[in-house]
Ligand binder design. Structure first.
Ligand code: ZN
Ligand code: ZN
Length: 92
């Protein structure tokens, strides 16, 4: 079952809420957390078995996939350390 996370940076105030991550009954495709340095955003995008993930905002291919198990990552806006917070509830 998939879940949701919030991304919050307390330094610059950038935040994204209710980012869907994980996968449904099958392992693929799955929603993976990513950071895009081109449009400086964090979000989730569909990753298939042999499909190149792209930024869901600007469609750039040079995105950095992140693990939703990471609790910290560099903020795409200010490069300081920001936090990923897992939320209750899920999706299928
Ligand atoms: Zn920031
Ligand atoms: Zn982008």
């Amino acid at each position: 079952m998939g879940s949701f996370v919030d991304f919050k940076c307390k330094f610059c105030g950038y935040e994204e809420t209710d980012i869907g991550v994980g996968h449904g009954k099958r392992s693929y495709p799955r929603l993976a957390l990513f950071r895009c340095d081109k449009c400086k955003s964090v979000g989730s995008t569909w990753v298939g078995e042999d499909q190149r993930p792209i930024c869901s905002m600007c469609y750039d291919e040079e995105i950095i996939l992140l693990s939703e198990n990471d609790s910290q990552l560099a903020c795409p806006k200010c490069s300081k350390r920001a936090f990923i917070v897992a939320k209750k509830g899920g999706w299928e």
